[in-house]
Structure formats: C-alpha cells, structure tokens
Write a protein that binds this ligand. Structure first.
Ligand code: FUB
Ligand code: ZN
Length: 667
C-alpha cells in the first residue's frame, strides 16, 4: 500500500546544521497505544483522564441524551438542541438555519469512546469497557442494511441522508466513529466496532468518488480523511487510503460540490454559516492553498490528512502546499501558546498577525488539531520544525483545555483574563473535552516515529517503549523528570546487537545541549540533521544515551506587527509557556513591568499544582493610590517594587478564580 517516496532537499529555517548532501527521507509511523507506557509528568495527566475525565464524559453523553438517539431499542427522542443555536455553554449564537450541534452527537460519543479506549490500554476498567461494548452494540443494531450509520439521519431526520455535506457533519461523524473503532480494536483486540465501521465505509465508498455513478462529495468538516488513513494503516487495506485521497483531491474543485448540493436543496448557495468556502477550506483545490484560513479545527484536520497522504504516497504536490501552509501558520497566525484561531465568529483564522490575547478564541480542539498536524508532518522525516510546534501546542494551548483533576474544561483559551474566564463542567457543543482527553490518553504514540531502520524520539518524558523495527524488538526506556529537568537518560534494550539510527530531537529553543553515548561525548553538530541528532550504529543491550537540554528561562518577544504584544514579553522554560495568575501576585497583573535585566529564579514546588516549576523575579507595579478621583493627569503613574510568580500556562485556573496574563509589560 506504500508508494515510492522521492528524495527532496530544500533550505529550511531554524537549522542548527544542514545535511551536506541530498538525503532520502524515510517514512515514519507512530507506535500504537500498546507500545508506549508513559510515566512521570504524563502519567499523572493520563491517570486524571482515565479516572476522572472518561467517566465524566460517559455520564455527560448520557445526560445529554446522546444514547437515546443512538440506541434503536429506545423510543426516538425529542430534539434537545434547537436548530440555529448550535453553540451553548452560556453562549448561544446562530450558525445557520439548518444546523444543530445535536447533528454531530455521534462524534462526541465517538471521541469519548476513543479517549476511553486509549485509557483502557494503561488503566484497565471493566465498567468502562462494558459501557463501550454497549455503545458498540447500539451502533451495530442501528446500522442500516446498506451499511449506513448515522444516528441523526437514521433517527431524527430520516430520508435526508447525504443531502447536506456542507453543514451537517455526516462524514465528520463517520470519521470519528472510525477513529474510535480503530482505537478500541488496538486497545482491546475487539473487532466488532471495526467490522461495523468497515461496512459503513464500504457504503460511503459506494456513494462518493470520481466514478460517473457516484457523487463527487466531501465533508464540510474535515475528519473522515485522516480517519480513513488510520483505518488503512490498521487494516492494511489500500482502498481506505484511496478513498481518503479522493476526498482530499476533490476538495475545492469545480464544479463546486457544495453549490451543486445547495441547488439540489433549492437553497441560495451563499446562504450558509459564514457564507464563504474559505470557512471549510474548499475555496480552492487543496494543492493551491497557501494561507491557513477559516475554521481552525477543520483546517488542522485537513492538513493532518494531507500530511498522512504525503507519507503514504510521497505526493510532493501536497507536500509543497503543506510547507506553504505550515509557514503561514507559524510565522503569522499562531499564538505563543500554540493556540490558534483568534476569532469566535468563525472559530478560526482572521488576518496575519491578528493575535488578540484577551479575546482569543484559540479553541482547545484547534491546538489538539495542531498536535495532530505537526505529528503527521513528522511522517515524512524527523524535523524539529514540526516537533517543536507539536510540543508547544501540546504542553500549552492543548493541555490548558482540561483542569489538573481532569474534571473541568476550557473551550476558549485566551492569553489574558480579567478574572471572568473559567473552565466549565460541560458545554452544549462538547467537542473539546473528549478531544483533549483522547490526545492525553494516547500521548505515548506521539513520542516516537518508527521508520524502516530508524527510530525518532520526538517527545521526551519518562516512558517505556517496545518498538517493532521491521521484526526486530527494540525497547527504549526514557528516564527523566522532563519537562521540569532537561536531563534525559535513554536505555536501549535489544535482544542482540542491532543496527539502526536513533534520532534524538534537539529543540530549537534549547541554546546548548550535550549528548553522550555510553558516557562518551558525541559531537552534536556533526550528528544534527533537521534538528535531530542522528546516532546510526549497532546498538547493544544496555547501551545508554544521555541528553542534557538547557532549560534556561527565556523571554520571548512578538513580531512588531502583533500590536497586542508590543513592549511585552512572554516567559518560556523548555516547552512550557508561563503566565501570571492573580492569586500569586498581589497587584493587578497588567500594572506589572519587568526590567529587561530582571533575573528569574526557577523553583520546583512538589506540592503545588501537582508539582511544577514556578518562576520568580523582581518587578515593578504601577500604583493607583495617589490618583484618587483623577482619570487623566500630566504625570505618569508612580511605581513600587513587586516580586512576581509565574506558573505554567497549562496549570492556570486550577485555584481561586482570578486574573491571568501571558504577555507581561517590559520597561
Ligand atoms: O463542528 C464540530 C466541532 O464543534 C468543531 O470542530 C468545533 O470547532 C465546534 O464547532
Ligand atoms: Zn472543541
């Protein structure tokens, strides 16, 4: 099922050293959920998801009425979320007359199942597994003779299936159900859900495609494409990959499918939520796209699938588009937290350098989606450009989406709050909680990339990996307190001396790094390729690699065009972005200024926020005591000394509610 892969060399930014010759890049695929067990930092997060988030997700899906809709043995339920008010959780706003968030309940259930399945791999739980089995049984019973399977169209709007791919998330739901089925199979070995979904995909393939007897449709919300690649990889079935490729190739082509479909519904083609095909990235064919536009989650899922297809087919035309899109995102449209999509209006992108802090939408799902995209860019070669962004989005914009106890969730992730932004227990559009949960529960699969005779270490963190390198078993064990400490010891265990290249990521944020193999210093510069130290040798049982990454606290400055961040700094230590919280700082946060030479101290506090490194520094704060009733005056505010404490951004809003600030003023 794998096509040939052409070598390519191009000039890349952020290189510490460049390869001296053209290299043939290999393909890398992720290990599966059974192959990596996480400890340390991630073990706590994974446990919170398994023990708290997953049961909450199951309960909330039930309370919302989702199982009433799915289970054909129950009476058809009433519609619970009205049309045109698809968003909730305190906010209800129109997104088009024919849409309700209830249409994509299958996706919410599927993501919950996926998070639960991944959690089972590390936290066996018969009760949770029994709930999933019941859900699978419901879907099996619901499935139509011809394989069709969507609870909304079977139960709530019968007779209308496949009439509005633009708005109604039908293929999106299928995609999430496919991902859930693959995860459940990989976690438990149970095949029933995969078989159900295989029948549904056969039905989908009979409906859509380039052949004259099929409709040339694709989904308004990308997702099925990347799911089909997962299914292809899990089953080895090329036809699933071909269907994914069709959906990608067809997107944005003329005649435009969404116009044809609108005409068939006798609707004005321009009358839909947001009124532009940029919203769902179908404004032009994908290979012509160079700007990240529209709804951020949709964009991330689309680019993820495109990257997967580059890995599987070696398609350089898709790769060129992805390079342009990547550069556009990371040089003009990405928050320092790895959050993206500043606007609530389209849940997505606006214009270059438009990165407001307090009103940032930066949906949790979008940062999760960026982790997906970046990890798939690593499919066609280890490159720290992608891995650094993956880590940045993971530890900051995505991880902030769930509280430390795993019980409350952010939908929006601003970089500044006056004290009125808090995690909520649930949302009428509950896409984010299961999304961050499934990412955390499967984080081990993002840590490595496995090629034919290469293993890339993309993420550091305490873990044990059992990797199958073309039939040869390689056990890697990472011993580290990362991200709190930059020392990482990796022990390699092989049954017999085994030749392969170990690729170790040296993040671009790391000013100095040292590397040793079996206590001998390695000349790092000589081994670096695209930011990865390449150790190509015969590995023997018990060989030991030691990496030390410099975690010096850094001040980051934004491009001058980001007007909201002018004269401000953000604090970074290793992969973590820091913020101030009102509860740790006795003055209003926006009155605080840092001197350019103020020295920071980093302190690990074991019993604080689950164990974090906090940052302390002297600063000044403007006082208002002498302003009385004055609003304006000729003299500037007076300042007094203040000492500040910063905490990792992901850990904010886990204590008393209050202010939060990422970009601090610098005098
Ligand atoms: O439309 C399904 C999901 O709901 C999207 O991915 C999120 O952005 C939210 O709109
Ligand atoms: Zn979401």
């Amino acid at each position: 099922m794998i096509g040939s892969f052409a070598p390519q060399e191009k000039t890349m930014k952020n290189f510490k050293s460049s390869p001296s010759r053209l290299e043939t890049r290999s393909r890398f695929r992720s290990p599966n959920i059974q192959q990596v067990s996480m400890g340390g930092f991630w073990a706590d997060r994974i446990a919170a998801v398994a023990e708290k988030t997953v049961p909450i997700l199951q309960l909330r899906c039930d309370e919302a009425g989702m199982f009433d809709q799915i289970d054909p043995a129950r009476p058809i339920p009433e519609q619970r979320i009205p049309f045109s008010t698809a968003f909730g959780g305190g906010k209800v706003r129109p997104v088009g007359g024919n849409v309700t968030a209830q249409m994509y309940w299958d996706s919410d259930v599927a993501k919950m199942v996926e998070a639960a399945a991944f959690s089972l791999a590390s936290h066996r739980n018969d009760t949770i597994e029994a709930v999933i089995d019941r859900i699978v049984d419901m879907y099996e019973a619901l499935q139509q003779e011809d394989g069709y399977l969507n609870s909304w169209y079977i139960r709530m709007q019968p007779g209308k299936r496949w009439t509005n791919l633009r708005d109604c998330h039908e293929l999106y739901c299928a995609g999430h159900l496919i991902e859930a089925a693959v995860a459940y199979y990989q976690a438990t070995g149970k095949r029933k859900f995969m078989d159900v979904m295989g029948r549904y995909v056969d039905h989908i393939a009979s409906m859509f495609g380039p052949e004259p007897d099929k409709r040339r449709g694709y989904c308004g919300h990308e997702e099925i494409e990347l799911a089909l690649v997962k299914l292809a990889r899990a089953t080895g079935e090329q036809r699933y990959l071909e269907l994914a490729k069709y959906f990608i190739d067809e997107r944005g082509r003329e005649p435009h499918y969404f116009l044809i479909e609108a005409e068939e519904r006798a609707e004005e083609p321009g009358r839909f939520a947001h009124g532009t095909f940029e919203y769902n990235q179908s404004h032009i064919p994908v290979r012509e796209q160079t700007k990240v536009v529209g709804h951020a989650v949709r964009a991330m899922y689309l680019y993820s699938a495109m990257a997967d297809l580059v890995t599987e087919y070696g398609d350089e035309t898709l790769r060129c588009a992805l390079d342009a899109l990547w550069d556009d995102l990371v040089t003009k449209r990405l928050y320092v937290t790895g959050g993206l999509g500043p606007s609530a209006d389209n849940e997505g992108f606006t214009s270059d350098y438009d990165l407001p802090n307090e009103t940032a939408y930066a949906e949790t799902c979008a940062a999760v989606g960026l982790v997906f995209w970046a990890s798939r860019m690593l499919g066609f070669g280890a490159d720290t450009r992608y891995a650094d962004i993956m880590e940045q989005a993971l530890y900051n914009g995505a991880l902030a989406g769930v509280s430390l106890d795993g019980m409350r969730f952010f939908y929006e992730n601003p970089l500044q709050s006056r004290g009125n932004h808090h995690r909520w227990p649930w949302h009428r559009c509950p896409c984010c909680p299961p999304n961050i949960a499934r990412l955390i529960a499967s984080i081990g699969t993002y840590a490595y990339g496995v090629g034919e005779s290469e293993i890339a270490v993309h993420l550091y963190g305490e873990n044990q990996a059992r990797i199958d390198l073309g039939g040869r078993a390689v056990h890697l064990s990472q011993n580290t307190r990362y991200p709190w400490d930059g020392s990482i010891a990796i022990t390699i265990d092989v049954e017999e001396p085994t030749g392969f290249a170990l690729l170790l990521r040296i993040p671009a944020w790391c000013a100095t790094a040292t590397l040793k193999v079996n206590d001998e210093i390695v000349d790092l510069a000589a081994t670096l390729q695209r930011g990865y130290a390449r150790l190509d040798r015969t590995w023997r049982p018990g060989d030991r690699v030691m990496i030390v990454l410099d975690l010096t606290i850094q001040r980051l400055y934004a491009h001058p065009n980001v007007r909201q961040d002018r004269n401000r700094v953000a604090l970074r230590r290793g992969p973590l972005i820091y913020c101030l919280e009102g509860t740790d700082n006795s003055v209003p946060l926006d009155r605080i200024s840092l001197a350019p030479d103020a020295a920071f101290e980093a302190r690990f506090e074991e019993n604080f926020l689950g164990g974090v490194v906090t940052l302390q520094a002297p600063a000044t704060a403007e006082t208002s005591d002498d302003w009385l009733q004055t609003l304006y005056r000729p003299e500037p505010p007076r300042t007094s000394p203040a000492s500040i404490t910063a905490v990792p951004y992901y850990a904010w809003d886990n204590r008393e509610p209050g202010e939060m600030l990422v970009w601090l003023r610098e005098t």
